[in-house]
Design a protein around this ligand. Structure first.
Ligand code: ADP
Length: 624
């Protein structure tokens, strides 16, 4: 040790900080490298700025870069930058005390809730001190850019003191020599170090070289001017950050200044890997602060239902308000989340408008997420609803319509938006539910996926119009217009008194299965139909819940059977029940089962088949 060396105690707060860093159970130790490289990049940036202002700077000829040297014999890792460097005083105040507000806040918050917050080291970093997660000893040799300064070395093993001594013959900038702890020897490995750099520091503006080779070769595209970026560059970038092999479907590149400074580059992939059976997609947008990764695959910056989106978000507001002020994360991240989500939805709307084919392809693959959004994200519900697409009675098979289109076509006296769920278009069209709509020339949306009805029931209404499932008991359709009536060729309905007796008897017969039997106002050609009472449950939703049913799940027995009293089967049933009640009851059971099947709900097949054979045998016999 030279005569001029001085040994000093760390400030109490630093001791506390070091204690946390060293003893933290935090497993993501890799971030120490990100923190140190960020410091180097900051110092390089500072130098670049100062060199423009100063007349003379020390070591003017040095290239601005970061070099990393690895020695796996000595188990050391050395990070060298040609940045602004530090004078003796700066070494002392920067590395011996905690002067900056960020780390201070971190500490004071930490005191409140020590354990819980430790993970935040990973998310926001504690800067230089994180070196001690992996270091037995750290030597910092630094030479300021100011011509009149001298070089110094700062050494500490985090034991409460540090020593500063003169160090001559060194270049401008800072050299950080880390002697790795025994359990951190694996960091003295080129592959490991390169991997960590690629992950966290790929976009740092200065070259980062490992054993002379530049590791950060991808540009931070999001910081560049849109007009200067070629499609190829976007595609390459997407492949890099999205770990993809194909080009993206859409890209959205934007920046905002107020209320937040954000630069974002968001990509929509081509394939939905979740749909392809690869398990749940992890969020794909990374959060950066001035090109340095803060959080990879952040769960906070977009809602979960946008987890298929890939990209980067960079906010300069982070270092001031968050990154260094470790804990006020939520409010700001939530703001970013809101801005991004809104922008992305607007972008989809524009794609839908200007690139309908592309949007339709997107919809086929990713529409499911938008439906998830409608059911789970109240604040963006209306905006997402505009982006939903469905087949409808007014669209050709396979062609899709939107809710705004539907509303634009609504009849003058139509108050509500109608939909019916079916496994496919054909069964929707041939089922009893759409008869009344056809007759009235009302458009009805076909919701062909089980989640659709959940989405619609969460949505409740669109553009002020209620969304109503056609299998509801309280469906109120506009009156038939004169020209729509065909009373002349319509068969007579069963007389009122006989109808009343018949419904009562049917209700008794089906007593455990349904709540009531009603006379239908909607049926044209079918004898009967199952409808659902008030509330939000539709047959399709019941189907899903039944499929997911747990032990002891009760069947929904509050259904209503509507009957068509003009239909021969119903009229003749009334006659039959007076002649052969037992057989008539079998017919009622069968009508119920058939209606349930048309509602897409399963019935007990063995009993149904046995019964239908008994009925068929009778029918065949009567033809003898
Ligand atoms: P922060 O980066 O949040 O300010 P750190 O504890 O990481 O906190 O660093 C403290 C200070 O030490 C920095 O603000 C900077 O002034 C100085 N410093 C750290 N690393 C370097 C470096 N490589 N070159 C020059 N100065 C540095």
């Amino acid at each position: 040790m030279s005569d001029k060396s001085v040994t000093k105690e760390f400030q109490t707060e630093v001791k506390k900080m070091l204690d946390i860093v060293i003893n933290s159970l935090y497993t993501e130790k890799d971030i120490f490298l990100r923190e140190l490289i960020s410091n180097s990049a900051d110092a390089l940036e500072r130098f670049r700025h100062q060199s423009l202002l100063e007349e003379k700077v020390f070591d003017d000829h040095l290239p601005l870069e970061i070099n990393i040297e690895i020695n796996d014999q000595d188990h050391t890792l050395t990070i060298i930058d040609t940045g602004a460097g530090m004078s003796k005083e700066e070494l002392e105040s920067n590395l011996g005390t905690i002067a900056h507000s960020g780390s201070k806040t971190f500490l004071s918050k930490l005191a409140d809730n020590a354990r819980a917050e430790v993970n935040l080291i990973g998310q926001f970093g504690v800067g230089f001190y994180s070196a001690f997660m992996v270091a037995k000893q750290v030597r910092v040799q630094s030479r300021s850019y100011l011509p009149d300064e001298e070089g110094h070395e700062w050494v500490s093993d985090a034991g409460g003191t540090y020593t500063i001594s003169p160090c001559s013959g060194i270049h401008r900038g800072t050299k950080l020599i880390i002697e790795l702890k025994d359990d951190a020897h694996h960091y003295a490995d080129e592959t490991t170090i390169k991997k960590i750099i690629k992950r966290y520091s790929s976009f740092v503006s200065f070259p980062i070289k490992v054993a002379g080779e530049k590791v950060n070769t991808v540009q931070a595209l999001w910081t560049r001017n849109k007009s200067e970026i070629k499609d190829d560059e976007y595609n390459e970038f997407y492949k890099f950050i999205g770990n993809a092999i194909d080009d993206p479907t859409f890209k959205l590149h934007f920046s905002t200044d107020a209320p937040l400074a954000i630069k974002a580059l968001l990509f929509t992939p081509q394939e939905n890997f979740e749909q392809l059976g690869f398990g749940r997609t992890e969020p794909g947008v990374n959060l950066y602060c001035q090109k340095v990764l803060i959080e990879q695959h952040s769960k906070n910056i977009l809602p979960d239902w946008l987890r298929f989106v890939k990209g980067v978000v960079d906010s300069e507001d982070l270092p001031l308000n968050i990154s260094r002020q470790a804990l006020q994360d939520n409010a700001l991240l939530m703001k970013i989340n809101r801005v991004l989500t809104k922008k992305y939805l607007k972008h989809l709307e524009e794609e839908a408008q200007h690139n309908p084919e592309g949007y339709e392809k997107f919809w086929q693959n990713f529409g499911i997420y938008l439906k998830e959004g409608v059911t789970s994200d109240f604040s963006h519900r209306e905006a997402i609803a505009k982006l939903l697409r469905f087949e409808s009675s007014a669209s050709e098979a396979g062609k899709l319509i939107s809710l705004p289109e539907y509303v634009g076509r609504m009849k003058e006296d139509q108050q509500e938006i109608y939909y019916i769920n079916a496994p496919n278009r054909e069964s929707a069209e041939s089922g009893p539910y759409v008869e009344a709509f056809k007759k009235r020339e009302l458009e009805i949306i076909y919701t062909l996926e089980p989640i659709d009805d959940f989405a619609f029931s969460h949505l409740g209404e669109f553009d002020g119009k209620k969304l109503v499932s056609a299998d509801r008991a309280d469906l109120e359709l506009p009156e038939l217009k004169e020209e729509q009536k065909e009373d002349a060729d319509k068969p007579e309905a069963l007389a009122a008194d006989r109808t009343e007796a018949l419904t009562k008897w049917m209700q008794e017969t089906l007593t455990t299965k349904i709540k009531e039997v009603h006379i239908s106002k909607r049926l044209e050609d079918s004898p009967a139909i199952i409808v659902n009472p008030g509330g939000y449950m539709t047959s399709s939703m019941e189907r899903v819940m039944r499929a997911a049913q747990h032990e002891g799940f009760q069947e929904f027995s509050d259904k209503i059977l509507e009957i068509n009293t003009r239909h021969d089967l119903i009229k003749n049933l009334d006659t039959l029940r007076n002649k052969d009640e037992a057989f008539a009851r079998e017919v009622v059971e069968q009508i119920y089962d058939n209606a349930m099947i048309q509602a897409g709900l399963l019935v007990e097949p063995r009993r149904m088949v046995d019964r239908s054979y008994r009925i068929l045998s009778r029918a065949v016999k009567s033809e003898e």
